[in-house]
Design a protein around this ligand. Structure first.
Ligand SMILES: O=C(O)CCC(=O)C(=O)O
Length: 286
């Protein structure tokens, strides 16, 4: 079956990516998709509360590697509304390095935080605005966050090109220059590791629910799982399997250095075309 056509990056988005270092994509999830994702995120939240009797309700959850939890999350690995944009920004030699579900309940004690992604080392690495990024994340919003101080995704436009200031004064959602992104359920934000970003306090009466997927260049390690389980791989399409690190052959030295010969075809089209498959099997038989 041919995989669905992917939405692509527009010239205007490419300019905004270069200048501001992020994009907000409007309406990428349909209402039924949002409802299915919310049901699953709520189920994970209930499970967390049952398994951790002393867990603080105000803290919500930050559940990692959710694609192992449910098929609902598998579809987001290469969602047609966003994956073409990821490819246009990053190129085809990429992998998925994490999938995460977050619930941020109302909590007057939580002050929010700002950071760059990838830990101590990546904080010192900023690629130029015309380069492929090393890593990017997509945050899908499952609830409306349409006013500030509702647990908004918060960022500093243009900061992907500036050193992250390390010092005494913490950067917060109220530091001058911070933008608390206002969005509706179904929208998504895309950002690279070097953008200063984080979350604002949630002073509303409703929990904010989102899921985040992270892509990195293939020579990096995924950072929220070591290997996908065989059960997960069975539920995936060829492109999803490749994004989870299945190269189509056993690991060998240098395996993630140069991509397999069918990489561009699989990643762009979701499948290897029949002609190419035949050629491959002919070569194997020789
Ligand atoms: O909850 C948020 O909006 C912040 C997410 C974030 O900082 C991250 O994914 O690195």
């Amino acid at each position: 079956m041919p995989s669905p056509k992917l939405n692509r990056l527009t010239e205007e988005q490419r300019r905004q990516w270069a200048i501001d270092g992020y994009l907000v994509l409007k309406g990428v999830l349909s209402r039924p998709e949002i409802d299915r994702l919310i049901r699953e995120v709520d189920r994970l939240h209930r499970k967390h509360m049952l398994q951790n009797k002393d867990a603080d309700r105000k803290k919500g959850i930050d559940r990692r590697n959710v694609m192992e939890d449910s098929d609902v999350f598998v579809g987001l690995i290469d969602h047609p509304a966003t994956f073409g944009v990821v490819l246009d920004l990053m190129g085809p030699h990429i992998q998925l390095s994490m999938s995460e579900a977050i619930v941020r309940p109302p909590n007057p004690d939580f002050k929010g935080y700002i950071h760059t992604d990838g830990g101590q080392a990546m904080r010192h690495i900023r690629v130029t605005e015309t380069s492929w990024p090393l890593q990017l994340k997509i945050q899908y919003f499952l609830t409306d966050v349409n006013k500030p101080f509702r647990g908004n995704f918060t960022l500093f436009p243009g900061s992907h090109l500036r050193p992250y200031p390390e010092g005494e004064t913490p950067i917060t959602a109220e530091t001058p220059g911070a933008v608390q992104v206002c969005v509706e359920a179904g929208d998504a934000a895309i950002f690279p590791h070097s953008l200063w970003h984080g979350v604002s306090p949630n002073l509303s009466t409703r929990p904010r629910k989102t899921v985040i997927y992270c892509y990195s260049q293939m020579c990096f390690r995924p950072f929220d799982f070591e290997k996908p389980t065989p059960e997960l791989l069975k539920r995936c399409t060829p492109r999803q399997k490749r994004l989870l690190g299945d190269l189509g052959y056993d690991w060998k030295q240098g395996a993630y250095f140069y991509s397999p010969p069918d990489q561009v075809e699989i990643i762009n089209n979701g499948v290897v075309k029949a002609a190419q498959k035949t050629e491959k099997s002919r070569k194997t038989k020789r």
